[in-house]
Design a protein around this ligand. Structure first.
Ligand SMILES: Cc1cc2nc3c(=O)[nH]c(=O)nc-3n(C[C@H](O)[C@H](O)[C@H](O)COP(=O)(O)OP(=O)(O)OC[C@H]3O[C@@H](n4cnc5c(N)ncnc54)[C@H](O)[C@@H]3O)c2cc1C
Length: 412
């Protein structure tokens, strides 16, 4: 594909960037797109083993993945619908249970491994003739000229020709630039957009655990004073006894947990989870991620916008991160459609401003809610403890309130 005058260039082939590329390519078959990814590796083939990094996809995210034509490949591989969510306070009696029956739906969402989503989106992109995925393109610098962005990759990753001679890096030129390059976004830096950062001083440990009892298609979350612990049900492999574990813990505790051998870690996990699913019989390798919330002060610059974690990253306690990113993807595509139906250039400032207005408030509200949750459940004070236990019990006793919470969470 000629990369000299693209309509859209998307930087970052994570879940959000891939979904954005696929949605724009599907809706606008006459437009030319490139998806530029720093990593030079193609998507690795899926293994039979579970991947510990998972997301809890909402109904709204599922609809987006259906529209781009990736959902069937996801369910064909592995996706676990969950019908119930149980949340309880380690430090009291408060608990709440949300069930899909409360809203007359077959499930509350799906737990899916990240690499299953990535593989499905990548396979779909390969079938779309108007989009090119360029691996090994780490955006490093740019300039703007006559309404076009000129994007240049990092020097050492410039291509060598057949004789091993250095070539000039290929410059990609585009009318609209979409930054989907994750929490440490280069696009955000190049646009000189600052972000408000909160360090939670917590680390999320993730792994897969096999439990004695079935997960019963339930997402479990226990709030400990040191951070939330989630068991998220996984599908397939012949049983219902595997869960993805996300254990967000204060840094010191997380370090200690990481150093334990598997058997000792499994025992600690089981105890922290109050043996709700019986014994923890086996655990996989553990991975850790420092937890930070970040929100870009703006989502746009001239002819450029941010989507997904490049614009906002949140605490994983409610599993909303990628769902917010997918909503950015949908709203940006809707605003581009609207602009084009009115004869406006998709990169026009008013189009990008509408996108920012529609998404920033929603994302800010979710970020605030997550921080409030984190503070409320981290507080050891007896009054706070009373408040959260009473609050959880009140929600649990009110079908109306539960319904509203579920509907709101599913629409994200
Ligand atoms: C422990 C943990 C648990 C989580 N659990 C959940 C959950 O249950 N539910 C949920 O919705 N979310 C969850 N999240 C959040 C979710 O994983 C992220 O929101 C999501 O992965 C962000 O996707 P993204 O595509 O925006 O960014 P990323 O996945 O970070 O992708 C960015 C891409 O950009 C590329 N890139 C970076 N810089 C450049 C450059 N200069 N040039 C070109 N390419 C570049 C990177 O290589 C990468 O491929 C969790 C996060 C963590 C840490």
């Amino acid at each position: 594909m000629n990369r000299h005058r693209l309509d859209f260039a998307i930087v970052g082939a994570g879940m959000v960037g891939m979904a954005q590329a696929a949605l724009l390519a599907v809706r606008h078959p006459d437009m030319r797109l490139a998806l530029l990814e720093a990593s030079s590796e193609a998507v690795p083939p899926l293994s039979e083993e579970y991947e510990p990094r998972v997301v809890a996809l909402t109904q709204a995210s599922r609809e987006l993945l259906e529209e781009v034509g990736a959902w069937d490949a996801i369910t064909g591989r592995r996706a676990c619908p969950y019908v119930e969510m149980r949340v309880w306070d380690a430090d009291g009696t408060g608990s709440v249970r949300f069930n899909s029956r409360d809203v007359q739906l077959p499930n509350l969402g799906h737990i899916v491994e990240n690499n299953v989503i990535v593989a499905a989106l990548r396979a779909r992109l390969e079938t779309l003739p108007n989009v090119e995925v360029v691996n090994g393109f780490r955006l490093e610098s740019w300039w703007r000229d006559c309404g076009l962005w000129h994007l240049q990759p990092r020097g050492e990753e410039r291509l060598s020709d057949a004789d091993g001679l250095r070539q000039q890096p290929e410059i990609v030129r585009t009318r609209l630039l979409i930054g989907a390059d994750g929490a440490r976004s280069k696009v955000r830096d190049l646009l000189r957009i600052r972000s408000q950062d909160t360090d939670y001083h917590q680390t999320a440990l993730v792994c897969v655990a096999r439990s004695e009892k079935s997960h019963r298609h339930t997402a479990w979350q226990r709030f400990l004073q040191t951070g939330p612990l989630a068991f998220l049900p996984l599908a397939g492999l012949g049983d219902e006894n595997h869960c993805a574990v996300v254990w967000s813990a204060d840094e010191g505790l997380a370090r200690e947990l990481l150093m334990l051998d598997d058997q000792a870690f499994a025992l600690n996990l089981e105890k922290a989870f109050e043996s709700r699913l019986g014994n923890v019989e086996a655990v996989s390798e553990r991975f850790s991620f420092p937890l930070r919330a970040r929100h870009a002060e703006r989502y746009r610059g001239p002819g450029a916008v941010l989507v997904g974690d490049a614009a906002h990253s949140i605490h994983p306690l409610a599993g909303q991160g990628v769902n917010l990113g997918f909503q950015d993807v949908r709203v940006l595509a809707d605003e581009i459609d609207r602009a084009m139906s009115r004869g406006l250039e998709p990169s026009h400032a008013s189009v990008l401003a509408r996108y920012e207005r529609r998404r920033r408030g929603d994302n800010a509200a979710t970020l605030k809610a997550m921080s409030a949750f984190k503070s409320l459940f981290g507080a050891g004070d007896v009054h706070w403890r009373w408040l959260r236990n009473t609050g959880l019990s009140m929600v649990d006793a009110s079908p109306m309130l539960k319904k509203r919470i579920i509907m709101r969470a599913m629409a994200v």
